[in-house]
Design a protein around this ligand. Structure first.
Ligand SMILES: CC(C)(COP(=O)(O)OP(=O)(O)OC[C@H]1O[C@@H](n2cnc3c(N)ncnc32)[C@H](O)[C@@H]1OP(=O)(O)O)[C@@H](O)C(=O)NCCC(=O)NCCS
Length: 139
């Protein structure tokens, strides 16, 4: 199976993947805005069909956020998530100097922290400072 990465995600794909993952719904007009304002988009295709999406926000300074990493269930466990994370990490690094301090953040869904640990992400603790978030009007 050949996997091709493309630097784009359509609004329809984004909503379809979110729905498939059972994540909170985002209004179509907000989807267009969030895709437009994302630094790096990636979709993975197999036989012309989109089988994975991921994206990263980046301030082109020192901090980035990886979000919405989703592989279609029947294509999970085939290295597609890895390809997309490696792509996003390389785009962030490409847009930074080799000696720049970078802090790349994400929220791991339940049971997924082991996936991100493969790339060097570490769980934060009280000692290193918890990651925190607030959700408004959603689950
Ligand atoms: C999490 C997800 C993106 C992983 O994608 P994937 O294509 O199945 O992962 P890969 O096949 O590329 O796995 C890469 C490596 O991570 C490991 N891995 C994958 N999922 C893992 C998990 N949940 N826990 C621990 N390790 C995991 C694989 O074993 C593989 O290890 P290896 O390279 O040493 O062989 C995918 O399971 C998914 O889309 N889940 C549903 C949506 C979701 O929860 N997204 C994460 C939001 S934070």
């Amino acid at each position: 199976m050949e996997i091709i990465l493309e630097p784009d995600i359509s609004a329809e794909e984004y909503m379809d993947f979110r729905e498939g993952a059972g994540w909170a719904k985002i209004k179509p007009e907000r989807v267009k805005a969030l895709l437009k304002n994302t630094a790096f988009l990636v979709r993975a295709k197999a036989d012309g069909k989109t089988v994975g999406i991921a994206r990263s926000l980046f301030d082109f300074g020192y901090t980035a956020y990886i979000a919405d990493v989703i592989v279609k269930p029947e294509f999970q466990g085939k290295g597609i998530g890895r390809l997309m994370i490696e792509y996003l990490l390389s785009k962030i690094k490409e847009n930074s100097a080799a000696d720049d301090f970078l802090m790349i953040n994400l929220l791991a869904a339940p049971g997924k922290s082991g996936f991100y640990e493969k790339f060097g992400f570490e769980k934060r603790t009280e000692e290193t400072g918890w990651g925190m978030c607030i959700k408004l009007n959603g689950k």
